[in-house]
Design a protein around this ligand. Structure first.
Ligand code: GTP
Ligand code: MG
Length: 204
C-alpha cells in the first residue's frame, strides 16, 4: 500500500453523518494545532501542497479526507488547543473528534503527534487516555525533530514517553528532513495489514 503513487484530496467535512459510506480503511491524525499533522501527510505522500499546512495554528478546521491510491484514506482532523478558537468551538470539535474516534468502523489506527520540543500538555494526556479507551492501534510520532540535536532528541523522547505513560519511545519525525519517514511508513503498512474484527463501539 506504500509508497503512495496517486494521493488525492477527497473532501472536507464538518458533519460526521456526511462522511464517505464505503468501507475503505482510514488512518486518522490527531494532535495539537500546529503540531505538523498536515505536513506529515504531505511528507508521506511526497507532495508539497496536498494538505494545506500553515505557520498560523488552526489551519485545518474540518475533517479532511485524502484518498491513498484508492485503497485507504488518510484523515486529517482539526487540531486541539488553539487559544484563538473559542471555548465553545473547541468543545464542539472535541466532541466530534471523540465520536469519530470511538464510533467510526472504518478507522483502523491513529497517528498521534506530539511536538518533540515540548512536554505534552493536559489536552495531550487527555487525548492519550481517550485513544487508550478506544482500543485502536496508535502510533506516537514526535514532530519537528530537525529543530533539536541528537542528544536533545533522545532526552525529549524519554520526556514524552514518561509524560504519556507509553510502553515505547515515540518515533522522532521531521517533515523537513524526512527523518522517521520510513518508520512511519512501515507502521502504517502494518496497521493497514492487520486483520481487524468489527469494533465494539457500544452502539447498535
Ligand atoms: P493545524 O491544521 O492548525 O491543526 O496544524 P497542523 O498540525 O496541520 O500543522 P501544519 O502541518 O500546518 O504545520 C504547522 C507549522 O509547522 C508549519 O509552519 C509547518 O511548516 C511547520 N512544521 C511542520 N512539521 C515540521 C517539521 O517536521 N519541521 C519543521 N521545522 N517545521 C515543521
Ligand atoms: Mg493541519
Amino acid at each position: 500500500m506504500l509508497p503512495i503513487k496517486n494521493p488525492q484530496f477527497v473532501n472536507c467535512y464538518v458533519d460526521l453523518r456526511k462522511l464517505p459510506e464505503e468501507l475503505k480503511p482510514e488512518i486518522a491524525l490527531v494532535g495539537r494545532s500546529n503540531v505538523g499533522k498536515s505536513s506529515l501527510i504531505n511528507r508521506v505522500c511526497k507532495r508539497k501542497k496536498l494538505a494545506k499546512s500553515s505557520s498560523t495554528p488552526g489551519k485545518t478546521r474540518t475533517i479532511n479526507f485524502y484518498d491513498m491510491d484508492g485503497s485507504w484514506y488518510f484523515v486529517d482532523l482539526p487540531g486541539y488547543g488553539y487559544a484563538k478558537v473559542s471555548k465553545e468551538e473547541q468543545a464542539r470539535w472535541g466532541r466530534i473528534i471523540e465520536r469519530y474516534l470511538k464510533n467510526r468502523q472504518q478507522l483502523k489506527g491513529v497517528i498521534f503527534l506530539i511536538d518533540i520540543r515540548h512536554e505534552p500538555g493536559n489536552n495531550d494526556r487527555q487525548m492519550k487516555d481517550w485513544l487508550t479507551h478506544c482500543e485502536l492501534p496508535v502510533l506516537v510520532v514526535a514532530t519537528k525533530a530537525d529543530k533539536l540535536s541528537r542528544a536533545q532528541t533522545l532526552k525529549q523522547l524519554a520526556v514524552i514517553r514518561k509524560s504519556l505513560g507509553l510502553p515505547f519511545d515515540p518515533i522522532p519525525f521531521s517533515a523537513e528532513t524526512g527523518l522517521g519517514e520510513k518508520e512511519v511508513a512501515e507502521a502504517l503498512e502494518e496497521i493497514l495489514n492487520l486483520e481487524t474484527v468489527p469494533r465494539n463501539t457500544g452502539e447498535g
